[in-house]
Ligand binder design. Structure first.
Ligand SMILES: Nc1nc2c(c(=O)[nH]1)N[C@H]1C(S)=C(S)[C@@H](COP(=O)(O)OP(=O)(O)OC[C@H]3O[C@@H](n4cnc5c(=O)[nH]c(N)nc54)[C@H](O)[C@@H]3O)O[C@H]1N2
Ligand SMILES: Nc1nc2c(c(=O)[nH]1)N[C@H]1C(S)=C(S)[C@@H](COP(=O)(O)OP(=O)(O)OC[C@H]3O[C@@H](n4cnc5c(=O)[nH]c(N)nc54)[C@H](O)[C@@H]3O)O[C@H]1N2
Ligand code: SF4
Ligand SMILES: [Mo]
Length: 781
């Protein structure tokens, strides 16, 4: 075991510990402490896991004099074996401790937000909420939450929204993040839930990254991959990304597809596997349905045709297909380059199809990860504070609704299930049209993260909308609120969450929150109490006194469902650093890989959805689904290629795509308050290919204006090996720390440019393809 207090800005992935296939990944404990402190100075270490991406690295928080003063990776944690990346090491604790945290509620007084007591702030909320419920009913209310709260908080919010208020207008930024991960798993396998696990990185002989820049976005997982790549018998690596990312640089085959063309490539890969007979016909016959339709969809997609559409070499498509088709243990991961691009669910489902065609699922090294991004996105999907129902229940299945009604002690008719749940973009549209008049936003910053920002800002600021924002900081969104509620965050409250491969961690309270800030759970429970929400027998709807009560209620809700938590208690989580679900009551081991027996979650009485047409999003419906008789078989689903929503043209000739930088998390509320990371990536830039720059007489560092039909940003150019015709900007740079007035002169948020479109099935917005023009910025420096 090594111990590193090294520089995770200069050395993002840390030292190598190469290992062989099937070997053990070594321990390396990364530590960071406030300047001048050593580990001996620390008063105590408190068990937690990092909440700055979906990897969920186990850690301990260093506490001294009642303050967080550092962090240390947990050597015994299966996810990271002690390692932490730049955000975990520097931003997790420093990002919570900035002097400008919200410390009291704020209420609107004209143009200003002024401090108020909790009673005053909650009274305002409850008065408005009551009046609207009486006047117009539950459809006036909406809740828009996060992928960054804890299980306990989501479950409370789900019960409040669905059984207290009774509104279908509930979603989260998980819609922007992993709605397609959920959709593709549901469409192919019948329910959400990650089939593979991280041990498969240790076991695989080929690794496919589809639109996933793991080196920047899950740095610790990439360390694990690097240690395989540098050990004996390394896996072959295939990367699909229009940019020459650090993962692309390590690839055996890099396919720099044009943004928005994934499905064409995926259909070509499917076709190659079918044509070359790389299929497991027994598995297909016993465990899948739909192979003939899939064959028909793929048949016209020769590598040459896909190469033409995607702008890549047909030989590389063949090479990638052969690597997949002949691998013993292929592992695939999929992320935003697919989920936020065109035909997201249809493209992601082709990854599932590739694995199903070869029977490569549920076995060591052979499987797939429809990845998550946010640390607790999985839990929002499980608990149903987004459009889903808790426990992966199916809103079209009356029995499932009855189970929830029983758990919550309310009439089944109270629980909205008469139509599709409202997805985020629709929810904001209803607010714009004025039918939603009460919007409660928690732990997300839509004024920077939603597409077409000018429109979103107008919507949030509109007089007819009562806006509650619950955050750590006065964000761009909070500034537009009628009531701002100061939340306690990571390290200041206790709760559980689940990473991208189903591993659950407990994060314990280490310090008190600043001022009067309160845990999100307490705030939701307080609202329920003040609203006097009750069960049908007259008792209070929620009688939980703290997180462990809420967690126990959630365990009960998960019983018998795919995400069964009944065998994972707080005490278990204090004993074991990270436990995978499902672990049922009485079990002492978890199920590491789902579907090892080839039995999927597609039984009609068990599945989470009856599915959709992948081109139009039209629901299949109970009767048609039952007629297919999936009965535990996986569904090989597909759709014809349709291309990007806004293809380039003469006026807007370039394809605009967006994403992340290794040093910042989203709208930078934490990383932008972390000195090491601000210094590493202080301001916005745009990436351009040399040929596109030359055509515009632009050099590295020249300041340009990028314009779309919806807005503009101003930024210096960075020349990179991005696919020609494509422009990339990071989406981290909003306006909370911009100098006064700069917002108008120097707009920097990528979402000024992005388009209001979404995937037909998952309803995930399309952040990764739009048409733009790039010109030298005139008069701006
Ligand atoms: N440092 C850092 N890490 C993070 C986060 C962060 O903000 N910062 N956020 C976390 C969250 S919530 C998420 S969701 C994940 C996201 O993690 P990733 O999905 O890895 O990150 P992105 O940069 O959004 O997108 C990945 C890649 O998609 C490529 N791409 C763009 N268009 C296309 C296309 O049409 N097809 C294909 N195949 N690729 C395309 C981009 O060039 C980019 O390199 O990261 C998590 N980790
Ligand atoms: N152009 C473009 N846009 C994108 C993307 C992209 O790739 N390109 N990616 C999309 C994706 S994948 C995502 S996940 C979203 C992210 O978008 P957002 O969710 O808007 O981004 P964050 O900055 O993470 O916002 C989280 C907020 O929660 C607050 N917070 C943190 N912890 C707590 C807590 O415990 N309690 C409370 N109440 N508040 C807390 C933080 O201070 C912060 O303001 O952006 C999406 N938008
Ligand atoms: S990889 Fe993700 S979870 Fe791990 S330390 Fe980095 S940001 Fe945190
Ligand atoms: Mo995300």
């Amino acid at each position: 075991m090594t111990r590193e207090q090294s520089d995770r800005v200069k050395d993002v992935w840390g030292s190598r510990s190469p290992f062989d296939r099937g070997g053990q990944w070594d321990v390396r404990v990364d530590v960071a402490l406030a300047e001048g402190l050593s580990e001996a100075d620390v008063d105590g270490w408190v068990r937690s896991a990092c909440v700055l991406c979906s990897n969920g690295c186990g850690c301990d928080i260093a506490v001294k004099d009642g303050r967080m003063v550092g962090i240390r990776g947990r050597a015994d944690d299966a996810v990271n074996r002690g390692r932490l990346g730049p955000k975990g090491l520097y931003a997790s604790w420093q990002g919570m401790s900035a002097p400008d945290r919200l410390t009291t509620p704020l209420i609107r007084a004209g143009d200003d937000l002024v401090p108020a007591s909790w009673d005053d702030a909650m009274d305002r909320i409850v008065q408005r909420s009551r009046a609207l419920l009486e006047e117009t009913g539950p459809l006036s209310h909406a809740f828009y939450t996060s992928g960054q709260l804890f299980i306990e908080e989501y479950y409370a919010l789900a019960v409040v929204g669905k059984a207290g208020v009774g509104t279908p207008h509930m979603d989260g930024n998980t819609r922007l993040c992993t709605a397609t991960a959920a959709s593709s798993l549901k469409e192919s396998f019948g329910a959400d839930g990650q089939p593979a696990c991280y041990d498969d990185i240790d076991e695989c002989d080929a690794l496919f990254l589809y639109g996933h820049n793991m080196a920047a976005t899950q740095t610790v997982l990439w360390s694990r991959v690097l240690d395989r790549l540098e050990g004996p018998r390394p896996p072959r690596l295939v990367v699909v990304d229009p940019r020459e990312t650090p993962v692309a640089r390590r690839a055996d085959v890099h396919l720099p597809v044009r943004p928005g063309t994934n499905l064409a490539l995926m259909l070509a890969l499917v076709r190659e596997v079918l044509e070359n007979g790389w299929t497991d016909d027994d598995f297909i016959a016993a465990h899948t349905i739909g192979v003939d339709e899939l064959r028909a969809h793929a048949s016209e997609w020769t590598p040459e045709r896909a190469a033409d559409v995607c702008g890549v070499d047909a030989r590389d498509i063949r090479k990638a297909a052969r690597l997949f088709g002949t691998a013993e243990r292929p592992l695939s991961t999929v992320l935003q380059g697919v989920y936020q691009s065109s035909q997201a669910t249809a493209s992601a489902c082709q990854v599932n199809n590739l694995h199903l065609l070869r029977g490569k699922i549920g076995h060591p090294g052979a499987g797939l990860l429809q990845m998550n991004g946010q640390p607790t996105a999985q839990n929002n999907r499980e608990c149903g504070a987004d459009g889903d129902l808790p426990g992966f229940r199916n809103w079209e299945n009356g029995e499932h609704i009855a189970e929830l009604a029983e758990l919550w002690g309310v009439d089944p008719l109270k629980i909205p299930h008469w139509a599709d749940p409202t997805h985020a973009m629709q929810l904001f549209r209803f607010a714009e049209q004025g039918s939603i008049r009460f919007l409660w936003i928690s732990a997300t910053n839509p004024a920077v993260s939603l597409p077409q920002l000018a429109r979103i800002r107008d919507m949030l600021a509109s007089d007819g909308l009562f806006l509650v924002v619950q955050d750590l900081y006065l964000t761009e969104t909070a500034e537009l609120a009628d009531v701002v509620l100061p939340a306690a965050g990571w390290g200041e409250k206790t709760g559980t969450f689940t990473n991208a491969e189903r591993t659950v961690h407990l994060s314990e309270k280490a310090v008190d929150p600043p001022g009067e800030a309160r845990p999100d759970l307490d705030i939701f429970l307080d609202y329920a109490q003040r609203m006097d929400f009750r069960r049908d027998d007259g008792s209070p709807l929620l009688e939980w006194t703290g997180p462990e009560d809420a967690y126990r209620a959630w365990q009960e809700c998960s019983r018998g469902r795919p995400c069964d938590y009944t065998g994972i208690s707080y005490d278990d989580l204090r004993r074991e650093s990270g436990i995978r679900w499902p672990r049922r009551a009485g079990e002492s081991r978890s199920t590491d890989r789902l579907y090892a027996d080839g039995v999927f979650s597609s039984r009609a009485d068990y599945c989470e959805t009856f599915g959709h047409d992948l081109l139009t999003g039209a629901a299949v419906g109970a009767e048609a689904f039952k007629a297919l008789r999936p009965d535990g078989r996986a569904l090989l689903k597909s759709a014809p290629y349709a291309g990007p929503h806004e293809p380039p043209d003469d006026e807007y000739p370039l394809r605009f795509t967006t994403g992340r930088s290794v040093f910042h998390f989203h709208t930078r509320t934490k990383t932008g308050r972390t000195p090491e990371l601000v210094e590493a990536a202080p301001s916005v830039w745009v990436e351009l290919a040399a040929s596109d720059a030359a055509a515009r007489d632009l050099a590295n560092g020249d300041v340009v204006e990028v314009r779309s039909r919806r807005g503009r940003i101003v930024a210096p150019v960075r020349l990179t090996d991005i696919a020609p015709g494509t422009v990339f900007a990071p989406f981290h740079y909003g306006y909370w720390d911009a100098p006064e007035g700069a917002e108008q002169r120097h707009p920097t948020a990528a979402n000024e440019l992005t388009i209001t479109e979404w995937d037909a099935v998952s309803k995930q917005p399309v952040f990764k393809t739009a048409a733009v023009q790039v010109v030298r910025a005139g008069g701006v420096s």
